[in-house]
Design a binder for this molecule. Structure first.
Ligand SMILES: Nc1ncnc2c1ncn2[C@@H]1O[C@H](COP(=O)(O)OP(=O)(O)OP(=O)(O)O)[C@@H](O)[C@H]1O
Ligand SMILES: [Mg+2]
Length: 230
């Protein structure tokens, strides 16, 4: 495993302003993740796991503190530069999939490739391959509404992985999956980790999955506790 720091979070805090006042969700979070590391994030519902993932993926901004990606301050990226960085570097599995309902499974998975400038034929081949890897070779033309919850989750995982990102941010990727499919997804991720050194940050309530990764951190009362299960 490369020892190079990929992500460094320094003094990160996040508040939300609501009609009934400010909510302080994250306080003084400090975290360092090396290239090739597999980190699980656990914590109770509402602890701030999704909020942290969105900030790590450049989808939201912290109220205080900073996030560095290989030494570059993420908060300095804006607009199309941020979009290009995300598309090139990060695969994101959202907690609630966020598949495009009017497009079928294949088209959903092709989307990041097309946005990245790939030709349609090549995008279709790569998307088909990864959908087969997640066990959906026979569901290519189904729209999300005609897929089960677990199948939608697997399409979202395929979409996150199709551009061979260096960093996978996955928010409860196995939340809707039975234990066998969940094990299959874990083996796929571990295979990608071994093959390409994929760095992974995975939010999960699935303790066997968490303990299978290199490190488990917990968010509790807005602060981060390191190595909770080790
Ligand atoms: N845009 C927002 N405006 C106001 N409050 C928010 C906003 N987004 C999240 N919150 C609040 O921040 C807290 C953390 O939310 P978050 O989605 O990060 O939790 P979580 O740890 O992912 O929970 P779960 O396990 O249920 O997915 C929650 O109390 C939530 O209500
Ligand atoms: Mg969440």
């Amino acid at each position: 495993m490369s020892e190079r720091t990929m992500i460094e979070v320094c003094g990160l805090g996040k508040c939300f302003t609501t009609p009934v006042g400010m909510i302080n969700v994250l306080s003084d979070i400090n975290l360092k993740i090396c290239g090739g590391e597999r980190v699980a994030i656990v914590g109770s519902s509402g602890a701030g796991k999704t909020t942290l993932m969105h900030i790590l993926g450049g989808l939201d901004h912290p109220t205080s503190g900073e996030v560095f990606f290989e030494g570059e301050n993420l908060t300095r990226f804006h607009g199309s530069a941020l979009d290009a960085f995300r598309n090139r570097t990060i695969g994101f599995v959202f907690q609630f999939h966020q598949l495009l309902p009017e497009f079928n499974a294949l088209e959903n998975v092709m989307m990041p490739l097309l946005i990245g400038g790939a030709k349609r034929n090549k995008a279709a081949l790569l998307a088909t391959d990864i959908l087969k890897e997640v066990g959906l070779g026979k569901r290519l033309t189904h729209k999300p509404g005609a897929l089960s919850g677990g199948e939608q989750q697997r399409v979202a995982i395929a979409r996150a992985l199709v551009r061979e990102p260096r960093l996978l941010l996955a928010d409860e990727p196995t939340g809707n999956l039975d234990s066998r499919t969940s094990d299959d997804i874990l083996s796929l991720l571990n295979h990608l980790h071994q093959d390409r050194g994929l760095t992974m940050i995975v939010v999960t309530h699935n303790i066997p999955l968490a303990t299978n990764l290199d490190r488990v951190v917990k968010i509790e009362d807005g602060v981060l506790v390191e190595d909770v299960l080790n």
